[in-house]
Write a protein of this length. Structure first.
Length: 253
């Protein structure tokens, strides 16, 4: 009897799996649309396990084409994982995205490039205070069910960063190296690349979204009065000509 029951359950699982393998790609886009208000696509092609969507739009951001491929073996570890590739002149994304039954989200072996203005729109801030380009190369990034980052390992680069508050000011290029913090959270080492703004410091991000940045900044070119005037809004610099930085808060969701 137990053997018959086992074969029966195996048959049911095989039947369900066959249905998933043959399900249309709209199954994926419809599920996303239910969870992300305002999400839409123009056309969908392929199957739920391997498909593509054209004209993807959300929060005013558009991607020409988004391709996905289901990684079946990830189910053995309790994750539903897809390989994603975005094909768009302004947004590049390639990596493995997974979600578990607890609605935790995981991004692995991911790289990409997008404008900070696009990133701000996705985060619900259509007019971010910084403009430029963000490039990332992440071995892993994990978010909990609430959307707070829990752990990260990789590099983020900000290229041609400039302020958009008042007079536009060029700040330069910066690198943020992310590593898991002990005992929990994420630590980021921030460093500039010999641009107009000299900047270095450490970013600490806790699992509940609280963050603190401690570092120092300076105007590299003494003949840049506009940037110096903007930095003076933080108060006078120290005797070494540097401004001590100490910011804390909570990440917006």
């Amino acid at each position: 009897m137990k053997r018959i029951l086992g074969y029966g359950l195996l048959g049911v699982l095989a039947f369900v799996l066959s249905l998933l393998l043959l399900a249309p790609a709209t199954l994926v886009t419809d599920q996303i649309a239910r969870r992300l208000p305002g999400f839409g696509v123009q056309t969908v092609e392929g199957l739920a396990t391997e498909g593509s969507a054209r004209g993807v739009q959300w929060r005013g951001v558009r991607i020409d084409r988004l391709n996905w491929n289901w990684r079946v073996l990830a189910l053995l570890t309790g994750w539903l994982e897809f390989r994603l590739d975005a094909d768009d002149p302004e947004i590049k994304l390639s990596g493995k995205v997974a979600i578990d039954p607890g609605r935790r989200l995981r991004l692995r072996d991911a790289s990409g490039r997008l404008l900070l203005a696009r990133l701000g729109a996705l985060a619900g801030q259509p007019k971010p205070p910084l403009q430029g380009v963000m490039e990332f190369n992440l071995r892993e990034l994990s978010l909990n069910a609430a959307g707070w980052p829990q752990t990260a390992d990789g590099v983020i680069r900000l290229l041609n960063a400039r302020t958009t508050l008042g007079q536009p000011l060029n700040l330069g290029d910066f690198t943020v190296r992310l590593t898991p913090a002990s005992p929990e959270g994420i630590q980021g080492a921030v460093k500039d690349h010999d641009g107009p703004l000299a900047l270095e410091g450490t970013l600490n991000l806790l699992p509940d979204g609280r963050y603190r940045f401690i570092g120092q900044a300076a105007v590299r070119d003494a003949g840049n009065p506009s940037l110096r005037q903007a930095m003076n809004l933080l108060g006078p610099p120290g005797g070494d000509g540097r401004w001590a930085l100490n910011f804390s808060g909570v990440l917006p969701l």
